[in-house]
Structure formats: C-alpha cells, structure tokens
Design a protein around this ligand. Structure first.
Ligand code: PGA
Length: 246
C-alpha cells in the first residue's frame, strides 16, 4: 500500500503572521493518516523548520537551483535547503515553465540537484488546454517525464510526480477523477518501465483540488494524493483535503 501524500503549494502567498496561524491550525488537527507537507516561499522556510520541528508535518520549497553553488544571483541550492531540514522541492511547476522559461532539461537538472542532497523533488507535468484538445495529453506528459527519468537514471524511482493539467490550475476547473486516473496510469506505467518499482512511487494530482472533490480524486487507483494550491491557504480547507486522503 502506498501512503497518501498531500502537499500544500502556497505559491507567493502568506506573511509571518498568517503562516503562523495556518501552521498552528495544521498542527492542532494532527494526527493525520496521510503524509502532509507544505511548500512555502523561501523566506518562510526557516519559520516552517522551527514551527514544524518534532512534528510529522513536513515542509518543502517551491523551486531549487540546478547548480550546487556559485555565482547564481537569486538562486537557492539544494544544499541550503537540506541544511534547514527541507524534505521536498517542487520542480517544473507549470507557472515556472511558463513565466521563467523552464524547459524539460532544466527541470530534470533541478530534480537531480535536489536528490543529490536528499531533498525529494516533486516533479510537475501537465498539458495545456490546447494540447488536450489536440489529443496530445499523453505525448506531452510522457515527454516531460522521460527527460527527468533519463537524467536521473537509477534514482528515478525516488521522485514524487505531480500531474497538474495546466487548464485546471487555479481555474476552478478540475480534471474529472476518470480523466486524471487515465493520465496517472500512463505515468505509472512509464515509471515502472524505467524503475521496476513504480508500484511504490507516489503520483499526486494537482489543479483546483478542493475539499469537495478531493475524495473522489484520491480514491482513484493511481492517484496517491494531491498538490494543493489555493485550498492550502486556509487551515480548515487544507485539513479537510488531508482527511479526504485517509
Ligand atoms: P490550485 O493550484 O490548487 O490553486 O489549482 C495547484 C498548483 O498549482 O499546484
């Protein structure tokens, strides 16, 4: 049995005061049956490290540099994240692909840099509406994932994958559980062919997951939890989604 994983992606939201309130709400609702994590903006990671220390609520970053160290102004290395106790780093989120021109090769390099320091990359893949309408969904997500698999080679089994259809992110338009399951099954088969143990890997769904649609999504055979944006910013909503994964 794979343990479900629910990850909050705060994006560029929050403040020290509102984060403290959110985290104390999450801590008060323990225990969780699912694994639970929050991915916060870089300036707040050390607050997460302190507030969540000793609890089983994990935390992560929303990005990581592909470089180990050096003259890369503005970047944050996986070694720095690991030093704080960071468990996860989201890589290849569609917003970074779209607004920061991140391509598949860079996403793969970031995933490798994270793993090199024991930070688990949450690798995001997903098609645009245009690609879905053109019948290219499978081809697109398989291409995105194959570059990561190729680069990571024997470590490919150590990542978490998040399928996030771009048209479902922040739009209120969710993939149906059946639509998501079809893609998850494709991705798991691809991972299995590469690693031989994708039955132990966790594949998350992301894109307008809310308390009222989470259970139906998470009950699909190949959906092992979620990457939650907007609904991770309010403790009650996020807790309800974590419960739906139990
Ligand atoms: P959303 O975002 O839940 O607000 O759609 C998900 C994500 O972008 O990870």
């Amino acid at each position: 049995m794979r343990r479900k994983l629910v990850v909050g992606n705060w994006k560029m939201h929050g403040s020290r005061v509102s984060n403290a309130e959110l985290l104390s709400g999450l801590l008060a609702a323990r225990p969780y049956v699912a694994d639970v994590a929050v991915c916060a903006p870089f300036p707040y990671l050390s607050d997460c490290a302190v507030t969540l220390a000793g609890s089983d609520v994990r935390w992560g970053a929303q990005d990581v540099s592909a470089h180990a160290q050096g003259a890369y102004t503005g970047e944050v290395s996986s070694e720095m994240l690991a030093e704080l106790g960071c468990r996860y780093a989201i890589v290849g989120h569609s917003e970074r692909r779209a607004y920061h021109a991140e391509d598949d090769a860079l996403v793969a390099a970031k995933a490798q840099a994270a793993l090199a320091r024991g930070v688990t990359p949450i690798v995001c893949v997903g098609e645009t509406l245009e690609q879905r309408d053109a019948g290219q969904t499978e081809e697109v997500v398989k291409r995105q994932l194959s570059v990561v698999i190729h680069r990571l080679a024997h470590c490919a089994g150590e990542i978490v994958v998040a399928y996030e259809p771009v048209w479902a992110i922040g739009t209120g338009r969710t993939a149906t559980p059946e639509q998501a399951q079809v893609v998850h099954a494709v991705l798991r088969a691809q991972l299995h062919a590469a690693t031989g143990h994708a039955d132990r890997m966790r594949l998350l769904y992301g894109g307008s997951v809310k308390a009222d649609n989470a259970r139906a999504l998470f009950s699909q055979p190949d959906i092992d939890g979620g990457l939650i944006g907007g609904a991770s910013l309010k403790a009650a909503d996020f807790i309800a989604i974590c419960r739906a994964a139990e």
